[in-house]
Every structure is written in structure tokens, then in C-alpha cells.
Design a protein around this ligand. Sequence first.
Ligand code: IPD
Ligand code: CA
Ligand code: CA
Length: 269
Amino acid sequence: MPYLSPALNVMTSAARKAGRKLIRDFGEVENLQISLKGPADFVSVADKRTERILIEELQRARPGYPVLSEEAGLVEGPDKSHRFIVDPLDGTTNFLHGIPHFAISIALEREGQLVSGVIYNPITDDLFTAERSHGAYLNDRRLRVAARKQLKDCLSATGIPFMGRGTPEEHDRFFNELRAVVDSTPGIRRFGSAALDLAWVAAGRYDAFWEHGLKPWDIAAGMLMVREAQGVVTDLKGGERMLQSGDILAANEHLHPQLLKLLKAAGKL
Ligand code: IPD
Ligand code: CA
Ligand code: CA
């Protein structure tokens, strides 16, 4: 059974409650696909409504904790030693297109350290949880990153930059990296939710994940998840500035150094 600290308990109940609403909204999005205007406005309202439910639930149980959330920004609170980091809907483009691959991501920091994380896919009812020093779980199953050691066996996930995300030079850098990984591994996936990408690395489904330009709410819970599943997480220079730079590489201890070397060499334009 997963270790549920009181805070993790609060976070999972909030995710489940908000998830029920997201499922209902997702059903509506599927109906709106054929309308001329499409579901964009509806999705942005659904995103904000999910965020409101999460912030309300978290602040009801932990009134003093500040919450950093994608849409609302920083909601201040007097307790300076804690902070929730929330993405109410990670995988918005999938949601908008009726593709059932998205998640709610919630992390908790204590004294600047990630201590609890929840990533919840309400469609599959996959609840990923992690607590510092107590492991990572998918529902009741303890997670461990995959054991594959060689690039020739390594299935990676990544995020492809897009219009409005990254400069032309950054796009070139990504394509160089992609080329290097394409030439050295049997497969790459782009499923469109960084939070789930990291959770799936923790679950041993993917062997690795890398992406540039992410935000703290995309990766905070997933970083803890991978580390608690015995994986290695760094930025793309091999340092610890993932939350500041938004650049991230997650893998097991064998593949991480090999991929870092490959990506570093490819990323130098
Ligand atoms: C996005 C997803 C996607 C990643 C993007 C993120 P959003 O988050 O995590 O996989 O490639 O960079 O912005 O916008 O769906 O919350
Ligand atoms: Ca996101
Ligand atoms: Ca989002």
C-alpha cells in the first residue's frame, strides 16, 4: 500500500474531486468537436474551474500554504515553509482534441524541497503518488524505473516544441537532439503530457524522458515520482536547475549518463 502522509492524503482527495469534474467536461468536449467554434473556450473555462476546485480543496485543508498554479499564478499564504505547485490540466491540447491522455499534477514543497507528489489521470483512474523517502506508487503498486541499460533498448518520451514555444534556434537544437536519439534508440513517443511522461518513467513504461522549456507545475510532482522510483533526474546540463530552467532529463542510473552525453553533444549547434 502507498505511504499516505496527511498532506498526500489531502492532495489525492483534491485530485480525485477535481478529476470527477474533468471527466464530465471531457465528455462535453467530445460533443463540441463538430461545432464550428470548437471547444477552445469551453476547455479554458474547464481548466480554470478545475484549478478553482483544487485550490479550494488544498487551502481548506492547509489554509496557510501558498499555491503556485498555472492559471492563477502564486496564491499567497502566510506559511513560508510550504508551497503547493499545481497544474490543473496537463495535456490541454489532448483534452481539447478529445484525446484521453491528460492529468492533474500536484506537488508539495517543504523548506524548498519536494516532499509529496500526485499525478492523476482521471480517465484511466491511474493515481500516481510519491512521498519523499517512502517511494512512488501507481495505485497500490510500488514503482521502480525500468532496468534496461543500453540505448539500443531505450524507449524515450519527449516534448516537441511548437509555434510560440521556443526560438528558431531552440527548435533547431531540439531537432539535433531528436536526430541523435533517433539514430541510437528503438523508439520515441510524444504523448503530450509532461507530468504523465515522468510518471510513466517512474513506472518503467518509458526508459527516459527529456524536454526543454517546461514550467515548475509540469514537472515538480513527476521529478519526485521518478526519484522515489530510484531514477535520476537532472537538467540538460547535468545540474539541478530543472525548476528554474524548465529543461529536464529523467532515466535510470544506467541510461541517464548515456543520454545526457548524447543530448549535450547534439544540443551544441
Ligand atoms: C504541456 C504538456 C506538454 C508539454 C508542454 C506543456 P499543458 O502542458 O505538458 O506535454 O510538451 O510543453 O506546456 O499546457 O498541457 O498544461
Ligand atoms: Ca502543463
Ligand atoms: Ca496546464
